[in-house]
Design a binder for this molecule. Structure first.
Ligand code: SAM
Length: 350
């Protein structure tokens, strides 16, 4: 396995068969070997700096019905909410004072917000905080809509591809949603000039090692600026309520692999990772991640944006979340930086 990891580091890619072999033979020794190299690679580009993104979950209405997601349309037990432009700006104001220089607007696919609404919100944030980056994560839209948001000032877009395999995709989503259309959205976003984030859930129902190998090959082809992966975690009010959560070991191993494939990518240690293990986010950083995304949403709506059961950080104020993460990051020898944390094509000298 060490040979394969060395080859991955050198060539920044493996064949599908090699990925399958590597993923099918994860041992503690192989993981430690991979994490050492992945950490050193991240350090080469980012030193011990960890970027923060303030996450604003501004709507939990969604027109989609993804089988895994707690805010899917058919979950009638969720109390739905929407934040107004003023609410969102208040989150940014608080975040700015706390040192955030990226705001991520995430939500379900909520048709109540028109393109003009979204563009207005982006323009207001950019007007008030010109030194900040705006990231959108609002799902699949037309090329024209993506273009409008970009022209209004949006810098980045997060859209996990969820799974690169069309067959697997069809087992996670109802008819009408397609893997290829989602992938096309990512290519459109890239073409328009966004910094783009793709990614997938680890251990989603019916996922095979071959599917994961396909995910890695897709990431290699797309070359996104950001890659968000986190374990699947069941939500009790979804069709996948009885499936087990994805594995911590496999998620960490994949973070390490992705760091070697895309050495300067922005890779978050996700909230889902912190949910399946109390030190999951620290472990994610030690496996090669370099971004954290504390929650800036108002506390009274946090519990309502429950994508999966037992999601952490739903009861704390933004300042507490930031402090908690800062302490966690300092405890492993890293530092949070006040910086937009843009994709950087070159190594830094540290
Ligand atoms: N609507 C936007 C979209 O489609 O990209 C953004 C919101 S969506 C809820 C954000 C991400 O949450 C999804 O891309 C999915 O990977 C993740 N997610 C949803 N349900 C999950 C679950 N049960 N466990 C882990 N992650 C989940």
């Amino acid at each position: 396995m060490k040979n394969l990891i060395d080859k991955l580091q050198k060539q920044r890619a493996l064949s599908k068969e090699e990925f399958v072999l590597l993923l099918g033979n994860i041992t503690e020794e192989a993981s430690e070997y991979l994490f050492d190299i992945a950490r050193a690679t991240a350090q080469k580009y980012f030193g011990n700096r960890i970027y923060v993104r303030g996450l604003i979950e501004f709507t939990n209405y969604c027109k989609n019905d993804c089988y895994y997601c707690g805010i899917r349309r058919s979950n009638h037990k969720v109390e739905r909410y929407r934040l107004s432009r003023e609410d969102i700006l208040a989150c940014c104001s608080q975040g700015y004072k706390l040192g955030f220089r990226t705001f991520v607007l995430q939500g379900g696919e909520d048709l109540k917000y028109t393109d003009d609404d979204i563009c207005g919100i982006i323009a207001d944030i950019k007007k008030n905080y010109p030194d900040c980056a705006v990231t959108l994560s609002i799902g699949e839209k037309s090329y024209e809509s993506y273009l409008k948001y970009h022209e209004a000032g949006a810098d980045r877009y997060l859209l996990r591809h969820e799974t690169a395999s069309p067959q697997h995709y069809a087992r996670l989503h109802p008819k009408g949603l397609s893997a290829l259309e989602r992938q096309q959205c990512l290519y459109n976003l890239k073409q328009i000039g966004y910094q783009v984030g793709a990614g997938f859930m680890v251990g989603s129902p019916y996922q095979t090692v071959e599917d994961i190998a396909e995910d890695l090959l897709f990431l290699k082809r797309l070359e996104p600026h950001m890659v968000g992966i986190g374990p699947f975690i069941p939500h009790k009010e979804t069709p996948f309520a009885d499936f087990p959560a994805g594995s911590l070991e496999l998620t960490l191993f994949l973070i390490g692999i992705i760091r070697l494939m895309l050495p300067n990518a922005l890779i978050p240690a996700t909230t889902a990772l912190g949910t399946i293990h109390p030190k999951g986010r620290e472990m994610g950083i030690l496996a090669g991640a370099n971004v954290v995304m504390p929650n800036l949403s108002p506390v009274n709506v946090r519990k309502k944006y429950e994508l999966y059961d037992n999601k952490i950080c739903t009861g704390e104020e933004a300042a507490e979340c930031k402090m908690c993460l800062q302490n966690r990051i300092n405890s492993i020898g890293y530092q949070i930086v006040v910086d937009r944390g843009d994709f950087c094509p070159v190594e830094i000298n540290v």
